[in-house]
Design a protein around this ligand. Structure first.
Ligand code: 0RA
Length: 666
């Protein structure tokens, strides 16, 4: 399906599993818990889903075990291969999975690790564990869900192997030779009877491996795609970071202009908790905070993020007040003002992490707040003392942010008082639907008044509303916040949707979606360059000001067809060139250029009549809708800034690299 490529994301939800141990490991410390049949019966329970996300999840289950070896100080290299048949090989130079006999089970430890759910050594508090993935499942789940898996272990001078099918060993662990190296190689082919899709995506794997390299400086990671070969051999990418989070921040901010020379890099350890933070101020208005616990992304933050915010606000506030830099400001400075234009990565390593929340995306350990707050506070104090010039630049930016926030609040209050943002008076341009049930109601945001008119005629009046948007909508990436509330089209979106923005005592903007009037908001633009640009502008607006709507799957992108192929009474709509060619060949009975087969290229929605628009793009029974998602706020932020910001070179590079995705009309 066509889509702006930056919306395609990988997955990065992980929760820890307490598992494995260090030097005193032996097979008898493994505890057997459950059989693997359960995993095959209900795979979703263990790996989240059996779609493309679940497929990629298998790789992370294995890689996380290798990362654990690195965290325990035993592994420097992890190689990942996508093989020609879409099987995966993960090779590390860790200690190698133990192979000695498990006394009770009378099996090799390797077999136990590979075939028993939750098998692990006794928990070792001295090293951090990430393995287990989202549902704390481990490598045995990968085995259960693979039609074939081969484990090769190099350990104590010997090589061992065992193979499995759907989790069942094909033979006992056997010795296959001698070796000088150490490590584990896991090769697996996902079971096609379990997964909806078999094809691995290079970019998805590359993205997480790059992230892992920033999070684990000094670790060599590589990805090789053996499915395609060109004159330079297989496509391969190596990920290695010497600078760690400092480099991570610069990579995320590639398209932004720095406010200070270098990122502030903080590394500290307290009470067994490793704290690493890198932060950078840039000239943009957005905040980008990314956090990890034991290499696992914590999407919803948690105690480590609270500690960071607390320290940042406290130290900058004190510095600004002591220096008399806030004298001119007549309203209170809020925590938010210190976050504008800030990109920060917070990574903590906690021996016994507790994850909270529905998706386990939030760190719960309460002691971590104080630890991070002290470590970051001390480091910031030193930075501010030693770098008065940079400190001044940041403080000036904070003052500007506070002033802008105050102006935005006034502008918002003005329109909200008038009822414009609260949904009382609906915009005149909105052709509302009859239903008052948001769950069945949808609104189409349509590019241009004329296409809006066609959509109005074609729609199902009961459930579908139409809001035409005139011309290009405001580029919110470049506009100051108070300008946003003055923009007609944006005001109309707020009013039509029935959502409003409120500010809490911390200055934090909160979206009130209680009165959301439509559960589906469909962006419907022309299938040309302009149309895709407008789609991106609207998505940028939702990303910056109504992110919850994207997170809660309320935002969709309509997919109008690109062609109509016709011969006599035969007619078919086509969404890409493959479909078009197939239709042409079919209608002509195999003749390459049959003049009686007519191909109409749809560039704009306006080229379709109401009935055609309904049939192809709006009818819930036949249309294709793409849901907008942000699985990775960091990546999305980077892409939006790149596409919409004012730094031209990286944007051009991105558009060129992704030309086949970005250009819809190829
Ligand atoms: C159980 C115990 C130990 C290591 C591992 C498993 C292990 C698993 C994987 C999966 C991929 N690579 C891996 N490397 C190691 C501890 C080993 C010891 O104490 O020697």
């Amino acid at each position: 399906m066509r889509s702006p490529e930056f919306l395609m994301n990988d997955e990065k939800d992980f929760s820890p599993q307490k598992h494995g141990n260090a030097a005193d490991y032996d097979a008898s410390s493994i505890t057997a818990l459950e059989g693997l049949e359960a995993v095959r019966k209900r795979p979703g329970m263990y790996i989240g889903s059996t779609d493309i996300k679940g497929l990629h999840h298998l790789v992370w289950e294995v890689v996380d075990n290798s990362i654990d070896e690195h965290l325990a100080g035993h592994c420097t290299n992890i190689e990942v291969y996508i093989n020609a048949d879409n099987s995966i090989t993960v090779k590390d130079n860790g200690r190698g999975i133990p192979v000695d006999m498990h006394t009770k089970l009378q099996k090799s430890a390797l077999e136990v690790v590979m075939t028993v759910l939750h098998a692990g050594g006794k928990f070792d508090k001295d090293s951090y564990k990430v393995s287990g993935g989202l549902h704390g499942v481990g490598v045995s789940c990968v085995n259960a869900l693979s039609i074939h898996l081969r484990a090769e272990v190099h350990r104590d001078g010997k090589m061992y192997e065992q193979e499995y099918s759907q989790g069942k060993p094909l033979y006992s662990v056997r010795e296959i030779g001698t070796t000088d190296d150490r490590g584990t190689t896991i090769h697996f082919l996902p079971d096609p009877s379990i997964f909806e899709t078999a094809e691995y995506k290079f970019d998805v794997l590359a993205h997480r491996l790059r992230e892992l390299s920033f999070l684990n400086k000094g670790l060599n990671l590589s990805l090789t795609d053996k499915r395609e070969k060109d004159e330079n051999g297989f496509k391969t990418e190596a990920f290695y970071s010497t600078g760690g989070l400092q480099e991570f921040v610069l990579w995320i901010d590639e398209a932004k202009t720095g406010l200070i020379e270098n990122p502030i890099h903080i590394m500290a350890k307290e009470e067994g908790v490793d704290v690493e933070v890198a932060l950078m101020y840039n000239t943009s208005y957005s905040e980008n905070l990314i956090s990890f616990v034991n290499n696992i992304s914590t999407r919803d933050g948690g105690t480590h993020v609270s500690g960071f915010r607390r320290a940042l606000t406290r130290e900058f506030k004190k510095y600004g007040e002591d220096g008399g830099f806030f004298k001119k400001i007549t309203f209170p400075i809020s925590g938010e003002d210190f976050m504008e234009g800030l990109t920060a990565i917070i990574s903590v390593k906690v021996p016994e992490p507790q994850f909270k929340g529905q998706t386990k995306g939030e760190l719960g350990n309460s002691e971590v707040t104080g630890i991070v707050s002290r470590c970051v506070g001390d480091a910031l104090k030193t930075f501010l003392e030693e770098n008065p010039n940079h400190a001044r630049r940041i403080i000036d930016k904070v003052v500007l942010a506070a002033t802008a926030r105050n102006a935005a609040r006034k502008a918002r209050e003005m329109v909200q008082r008038k009822g414009v943002l609260t949904g009382s008076g609906l915009p005149g341009k909105l052709a509302d639907c009859a239903s008052r049930n948001p769950a069945e109601s949808e609104v189409f945001l349509v590019e241009g008044d004329s296409a809006g008119g066609t959509a109005k005629q074609g729609r199902d009046r009961h459930t579908q509303a139409i809001l035409p948007l005139r011309g290009k909508i405001l580029n919110v990436e470049k506009a100051l916040e108070h300008r946003i509330y003055e923009n007609e089209e944006i005001k109309n979106i707020f009013t039509a949707l029935g959502v409003s923005i409120q500010e809490n005592e911390d200055g934090h903007r909160i979206l009130n979606t209680e009165k959301l009037r439509y559960h589906k908001v469909v962006i419907m633009c022309d299938a040309d360059i302009d149309g895709s640009h407008i789609t991106t502008l609207i998505l940028t607006f939702f990303f910056r000001y109504m992110r919850e709507l994207i997170e809660n799957s309320h935002i969709y992108i309509a997919q109008p067809p690109l062609y109509q192929v016709k011969k006599g009474k035969n007619m078919r709509y086509c969404w890409n060139d493959v479909e078009r060619k197939a239709a042409q060949l079919e209608f002509s009975g195999g003749k390459e250029d049959d003049d009686s087969v007519k191909v109409q290229r749809y560039k704009g929605l306006g080229e379709m009549n109401a009935e055609q628009l309904w049939e192809t793009t709006m009818d819930p029974k036949t249309r294709i809708l793409k849901v907008a998602t942000i699985d990775d706020a960091g990546e999305a932020d980077r892409m939006f800034a790149m596409l919409m910001g004012d730094e031209v070179p990286p944007r051009r590079a991105f558009i060129e690299a992704n030309a086949k995705y970005a250009r819809i009309d190829v």
